[in-house]
Ligand binder design. Structure first.
Ligand SMILES: Nc1nc2c(ncn2[C@@H]2O[C@H](COP(=O)(O)OP(=O)(O)O)[C@@H](O)[C@H]2O)c(=O)[nH]1
Ligand SMILES: [Mg+2]
Ligand SMILES: [Zn+2]
Length: 299
């Protein structure tokens, strides 16, 4: 473990209850890119992976720089749990196999949009047959960039490189879609970075479920969330959920009731727009699905 103090400003790459691990930024211009242990002070609270912090002489966190956003999830009981901070994009990975969960896709889109994080869809395993069914035939109607890549038999990630030139990007998606394969293809020195971190923390990549930042060769960061977990939303007001559906916005201000949930209320401009074909029926179905989920969470 290194004990040399970091420059005043550093990036948190992993965070736990009362301490975390941070590296100096920018990484490539710094000889000492070994993670150092940082200590949280009660009055500031705990950091999140992705936070930028100012450190004191003992590597204690003196200040958490203002977060642009937080990406989080819901626990089983619907409580909000933050995962990482300061994301530029949420990279939602899907593949022909395993068959995608459509509701999961809409949950991710919603979580990203609520926090003004840009959602990006990456379809992996393009070497496999392209299914002519939902959600694959709906992707181009989501208003979200879609990139098609493959890791096998020969990696082809070129379309992703411009997205990852700078910024912080979290890889999300169900188990088996190829997130680890994509990390490996994008991070030629992943093993070295993993080793440096486990030397420092004494924990291996596969024994921690903490979100971890890896530095990309052009600058910027890839956030991996190891460990398998279901992704669910947290309990939130319907108006917050609606931020996940930007295509509703021009209409929802015209609904008769200010707190219209766009289900069966009279004078609902969103429902009218669905009927006129101005809002995609599959997106409206996704809205109803997420509302039903919210009702279950609240119980
Ligand atoms: N055919 C094919 N298989 C892939 C591709 N990328 C990953 N896989 C395979 O998909 C499985 C799951 O990959 P992994 O990276 O562990 O997925 P993760 O669970 O999302 O991290 C592994 O057996 C990979 O070899 C690809 O582009 N094409
Ligand atoms: Mg994996
Ligand atoms: Zn309405």
């Amino acid at each position: 473990m290194t004990s040399a103090p970091l420059p005043a400003s550093a990036r948190v790459v992993q965070s736990f209850g009362d301490h975390g691990w941070a590296v100096a930024e920018p990484v490539k211009e710094c000889d000492e890119s070994q993670p150092v242990r940082i200590q949280y002070q009660r009055k500031l609270g705990r950091c999140l992976a992705g936070d930028r912090v100012e450190l004191g002489s003992q590597n204690e966190v003196k200040r958490i720089l203002q977060r642009r956003n937080r990406f989080g999830r819901g626990t089983k009981s619907g409580q909000y749990q933050a995962i990482a901070a300061n994301l530029d994009s949420l990279i939602i990975v899907i593949a022909p196999r395993p068959a995608p969960s459509i509701s999961l896709l809409h949950r991710y889109l919603t979580a990203a949009r609520i926090e003004r994080i840009e959602p990006v869809i990456v379809v992996n395993k393009m070497d496999l047959e392209w299914p002519d069914q939902a959600p694959f035939n709906q992707l181009d109607q989501l208003g979200v960039p879609v990139h098609r890549v493959q890791c096998e038999p020969v990696p082809d990630m070129d379309v992703l490189q411009p997205v990852l030139n700078h910024g912080v990007h979290l890889l999300a998606g169900q188990s088996g879609v190829g997130k680890s394969s994509i990390s490996n293809a994008l991070l030629p020195d992943l093993d070295l970075q993993t080793q440096a971190l486990s030397d420092a923390t004494g924990k291996g990549r596969h024994t921690t479920s903490a979100a971890t930042l890896y530095s990309l060769s052009k600058g910027g960061w890839l956030v991996d969330t190891p460990g398998v977990w279901e992704y669910g939303l947290w309990t939130m007001p319907a108006k917050t959920l609606e931020r996940g559906f930007p295509e509703f916005e021009p209409y929802s201000t015209q609904c008769r009731f200010r707190d219209c949930s766009h289900q069966h209320e009279p004078g609902c401009a969103v429902l009218d727009a669905v009927e006129r074909g101005e809002i995609k029926p599959f997106r409206y179905q996704a809205w109803l699905g997420l509302l039903a989920e919210q009702a279950r969470l609240g119980r």
